[in-house]
Design a protein around this ligand. Sequence first.
Ligand SMILES: [Zn+2]
Length: 306
Amino acid sequence: MSLNDGVLYVPEMSADHRVRVFRRTLNDLHEFEGMEVDAYIIITERYVVIFDTLLCPEDSEIMMRMVKDQIIGRQLLVVNSHADWDHCWGNAYFTGYHATPIIAHNHCLTRMQSEEARQELIDYQQRYPVFHNVELIPPTITFNEGLTILGGDLTIELIPAPGHRTDHIAAWIPLLSLLLAFDAVEKPLPSIENADAVSSMFATLERFVAMQPKRVLCSHGKSTSSALVNKNLEYLREIERRSRAYLQQRHPANDELEHAAEIIHYPLDRVIGDSAEPFDRAYYSWAHNQNVRSLFQWLMSYQGEI
Ligand SMILES: [Zn+2]
């Protein structure tokens, strides 16, 4: 498989022909081998809205080729769910001849203009040829509280959904009762940025539950099930319960937090249950441990202990 033919249209992920789901499988990327990330294109009467631009401009080009019949008579809009590399490094496709407004949370702009992002790109470009044509193209329209795209037949509400990252947003399409949760919901488990993000993550997931979506799409894990929101929330509450119980006995030292999942006796296999579906064990072990550690640090910080 060549570098750029890893983007596929996955029609079985969508119940409405206006919502198109595309999947990028990461090949030849060593530690990310086999990882998948989804992007969406929603075709409304007035707009074609591209939700996330995947890994590189070539990825976005492939998606756009697959919807080219829909573009005439409609304004293109790009939305970045957040500034992580697997979601917005294709933005450069939407410059120059293909110049398109790029909408994101205001903090996404800050992240993409940061020295950290510049260094990360240099680092990735040195390691993997797939990123050769990536440029950090920040959003051109930003919001803080929310933004509504009135597409005519479909209205799309962009809402802040922090927790995985501060700049993370979600998209809600009321008519279809469809929530695009991106990385706020994930199968088998979500990833919280750090201790400071724990309460935001709970609030985001609780807000999603209150919206009562019929379908929820997330960027990683091939899931369309709204039950996954509750499952993710229940998973985090279980960590919270176990961590609180542990803290009533004693406080973990920093080196114990390196294996935080172990000290609350909540190994990854218990989280996953008896699901036979394959998943990236190395990544999700790491993410699970980080989640437990963040929960511990959050609980200890508001108890005034650190
Ligand atoms: Zn992601």
